[in-house]
Design a protein around this ligand. Structure first.
Ligand code: CUA
Length: 175
């Protein structure tokens, strides 16, 4: 109950420019709503939804095996890994790094397994702005075909603790 009650006839149906703005806002909402299914079918940046159960310990073991088998160097203390085209490749999110750094070939397809070893992180590939939620316990598989060579930065876009802003990783694509 407010201090002053509005008069009983306070409501007036929108009219004139107000109606136009409501109409524009509604039309825009519907366009954005329809973009969701549109990108699902036409976009090339969607997850296929392929995911498996895992545990942080099991995933860490697979990541380490992958690194041991494919390591070609080291960058800022993080192993640089060059896997065979067409293979299963691994990326672990962990407070506060993406591990390992990946070296991929342009126009080759890989099956990228991503999971978290601790809390929820956000995979954000820059400058493409491709985003995925990364959760512990889920082995999220993304089919990846890089179409442009260059260095790509992975940033974390889900707040994951005091050094969240330092959580970066790298994917290098060579053509
Ligand atoms: Cu990981 Cu924020």
């Amino acid at each position: 109950m407010s201090i002053h009650q509005p008069p009983d006839d306070w409501f007036q149906a929108p009219h004139g420019p107000e109606r136009v703005w409501i109409g524009l806002a509604l039309a825009w909402c519907l366009i954005l709503f329809l973009m969701m299914p549109y990108w699902h079918f036409r976009g090339k940046q969607n997850s296929t939804g392929e995911a498996y159960r895992t545990t942080p310990a099991e995933f860490a073991e697979r990541v380490n095996r992958f690194i041991d088998a494919n390591k070609v160097g080291e960058e800022n203390g993080v192993p640089l890994v060059e896997p065979a085209p067409g293979s299963d490749i691994y990326l672990a999110a962990q407070m506060w790094r993406w591990y390992p750094a990946l070296k991929l070939k342009k126009d080759q397809t890989y099956r990228l397994h991503v999971s978290s070893l601790d809390v929820q992180h956000g995979f954000s590939l820059q400058p493409m702005n491709m985003n995925f939620q990364i959760l512990p316990g889920y082995d999220h598989v993304l089919t990846v075909t890089p179409t442009q060579s260059g260095d790509y930065l992975i940033i974390c876009n889900e707040f994951c603790g005091i050094n969240h802003h330092l959580m970066t990783g790298r994917i290098r694509v060579e053509g």
